[in-house]
Design a binder for this molecule. Structure first.
Ligand code: ZN
Length: 431
């Protein structure tokens, strides 16, 4: 995750052995002074300096791990990474990883997190950044701010507010009675799309989420049913673009999905029944696909986020189809991003590791699967300037696993450590 301002720097500066480290530190300090001066902010997070040694680092880009690596972390950032003799700053906590594997913190590009406990569950499952794709009461906007200020242990949240759909949640009208004009007519037609889009923007969202088709997760809806025309969706995209805010479209059926792609949405969520033709247009336009395969397998089982006999039957025919579509999308060159589509509630059994395993099964290499949850996801959600890979100057968002996930992606099921913005939030590695 990222903080909105650069933090307080502690006093290890004079005791650093490395000249180049000191130089980059000086640059960093002057940047910090500048940014704090500009923002006028006094919020500060205290994190100790951590030095991870003997790490096998999968940085998100290289095909092979960097063996015997040292990572120096302070003030929430990766300060240095390398295999040479990196001297530990005095007073730093040194953690010998004994050859275990470090990968970037995961980005879950589709969540419905509702409270602090859910945020913490996501975090300790390795998710250090999460894109909220619809939640009531602007919970995601508030949590984004609390997380950015370091007040809660949470992934960095990208917020979207309410789903833009023909029949919004009742809570929308309770929160925003000024939208009451849309209660009877529903959110239909380009003008209503713009009105609701502007309402979301007025609350400070990072994304606009719309439903281009009906949902799969309700027994009485048909996920193939299109909800909006291209003209309606284009009006929403245009309204968002005025504030540089992208649109993500939930779509299962091809007709609604195609309309969303043509309208210029940045990502299609699910995409179960997308045709080859629509997928080809996505390649041309650079539209991302967030297939959320694992959540469809959750439909097929009792318990979990979905627990309904109608959905179990539906899930059994949707699951092979969404896997087939994701495989074809990958083959055609659509950019694939991993996500759970879970609320990380107390009964949720879905985690990012399951989606990564699904993505490997549909043809991504383990490295590509990791990238779908790190560097590629960072580009999609808009955080590529500060997280999604392990590199100097980036947020210290790291997870540690015992075995090499490039050999077996299943290694990510079993996390030993999670570091969020330089703070250890899970440590099962008390060797
Ligand atoms: Zn969702």
């Amino acid at each position: 995750m990222s903080r909105s301002m650069l933090p307080h720097r502690t006093s290890q500066r004079s005791s650093l052995a490395s000249i180049s480290f000191r130089t980059s530190l000086a640059v960093f300090v002057s940047m910090a002074v500048l940014l704090v001066a500009v923002s006028g902010s006094s919020a500060r997070l205290q994190t100790e300096t951590l030095v991870f040694t003997n790490a096998n680092v999968i940085d998100g880009l290289s095909a092979q791990p960097l063996s015997g690596a040292t990572i120096i972390v302070s003030d929430g950032k990766i300060q240095r990474i390398g295999t040479g003799t990196l001297q530990a700053p005095a007073g730093a906590k040194v953690i010998d990883l004994k050859g275990k594997y470090v990968i970037p913190g995961l980005i879950d590009a589709h969540v419905h997190i509702n409270d602090f406990e859910a945020a913490r569950r996501a975090l300790i499952s390795g998710v250090t950044t999460a894109r909220s794709m619809g939640v009531s009461h602007f919970v995601d906007v508030g949590m984004r701010k609390l997380a950015a200020a370091g007040k809660i242990d949470s992934p960095e949240i990208l917020s979207a507010g309410y789903h833009v759909r023909p029949r919004p949640a009742d809570a929308l009208f309770i929160d925003m009675p000024e939208l009451a004009g849309l209660m009877r007519s529903g959110v239909r037609g380009p003008d209503a799309m713009r009105e609701m889009g502007r309402a979301m923007l007025s609350r400070g969202v990072n994304w606009i989420k719309t439903n281009a088709t009906a949902r799969a997760g309700l027994p009485n809806t048909d996920p193939r049913e299109p909800y909006y025309s291209e003209a309606e969706l284009a009006a929403l995209v245009e309204e968002g673009a005025k504030s540089s805010i992208p649109v993500a479209a939930h779509a299962h059926g091809d007709e609604g999905g195609r309309a969303a792609v043509m309208a210029g949405v940045r990502s299609i969520e699910h995409g179960t029944y997308l045709s080859k033709e629509t997928l080809s247009i996505m390649v041309e336009k650079g539209t991302y696909l967030v297939p959320t395969i694992a959540v469809v397998s959750d439909l097929t089982r009792p318990g979990g986020d979905y627990d309904n006999p109608v959905l179990e039957v539906r899930g059994r025919h949707m699951l092979p189809r969404i896997r087939e579509t994701a495989a074809l999308a990958h083959k055609l060159g659509v950019k694939i991003v991993a996500a759970t589509d879970t609320g990380y509630g107390p009964n949720s059994t879905l985690r990012m590791s399951q989606e990564l395993e699904e993505l490997v099964h549909v043809g991504l290499s383990p490295l590509q699967a990791i990238q779908s949850a790190t560097v590629v996801a960072a580009e999609l959600v808009g955080v590529a300037d500060h997280t999604g890979k392990i590199a100097a100057g980036f947020d210290a968002d790291l997870i540690v696993v015992e075995r090499n996930p490039l050999e077996n992606i299943g290694a990510i099921h079993d996390l030993l450590m999670v570091v969020n913005n330089g703070k250890i939030v899970l440590n099962r590695a008390s060797w």
